[in-house]
Design a protein around this ligand. Structure first.
Ligand SMILES: Cc1cc2nc3c(=O)[nH]c(=O)nc-3n(C[C@H](O)[C@H](O)[C@H](O)COP(=O)(O)O)c2cc1C
Length: 202
């Protein structure tokens, strides 16, 4: 089984890395192949609404978004971690996720999504919910843990002192593995889905 981990921080080896390492360590122990991408330090710009992807199945800006999309297609799960900036996810990460989810045309249904928010003090819950919205619009079950998926720390390395946060990450990994495995082993075919697109009013 494969999973993708996205680190939305621009800091190499910062607190998001500590949180993600705690999750991936357990997944790898259980035999999951985890590929990690750090995107917060890359020059990723936002969606230009050109709709190239609707015809071509990939983003016109041929960068890490398309590279991750190719891996995401075969993955059973996606973990996204962000530092909290002004009670929101990091801006580069949002550009990345908006382009990834909009341009990747393959079925994301029943791929498991896990979101993580890392902060000094506040804004973790809004960031957690913000990332979860990418999952819940495309029928991806979201993984929960023994607390909201938060880790606290300001300076790089401080997250190591958040013992409850790190335990939350380990429990998140255990629940994520359970869910991915249960879905992989499920014999019931996926339900037929109705699609009605009304642009809200007509
Ligand atoms: C531009 C900016 C905005 C931030 N806004 C918040 C915030 O709203 N709430 C908070 O608790 N921490 C805030 N922080 C602190 C970071 O979330 C915190 O340092 C976190 O550990 C960074 O994770 P990293 O080491 O993985 O980059 C902010 C940091 C920066 C650089």
């Amino acid at each position: 089984m494969k999973a993708i981990a996205i680190n939305g921080s621009p800091r190499i080896g910062g607190n998001d890395s500590i949180a993600l390492d705690e999750v991936t360590k357990i997944l790898v122990e259980k035999g999951v192949e985890v590929k990690t991408y750090q995107v917060g330090n890359l020059p990723i710009t936002g969606c230009s609404a050109c709709l190239y992807c609707k015809k071509n199945g990939r983003c016109v800006k041929d960068d890490t978004v398309n590279v991750v999309a190719a891996d995401f297609k075969d993955a059973a799960g996606l973990i996204v971690s962000s530092p909290v900036y002004y009670a929101s996810a990091n801006g580069t990460l949002l550009s990345f996720l908006q382009r990834l989810f909009y341009s990747a045309s393959f079925e994301k249904r029943m791929k498991v999504g896990a979101s993580i928010a890392v902060a000094r003090r506040a804004g973790t819950v809004s960031t957690f919910e913000e990332i979860n919205r990418f999952f819940t619009i495309c029928q991806m079950p979201i993984v929960s843990s023994t607390y909201w998926n938060d880790v606290f720390g300001l300076r790089p390395g401080e997250a190591k002192e958040d013992l409850e946060g790190l335990a939350t990450m380990r429990n998140l990994a255990r629940n994520m593995y359970f869910l991915m495995k249960a879905i992989e082993d499920e014999k019931e075919p996926l339900p037929n889905i109705e699609r009605t697109s009304t642009n809200f009013i007509r």
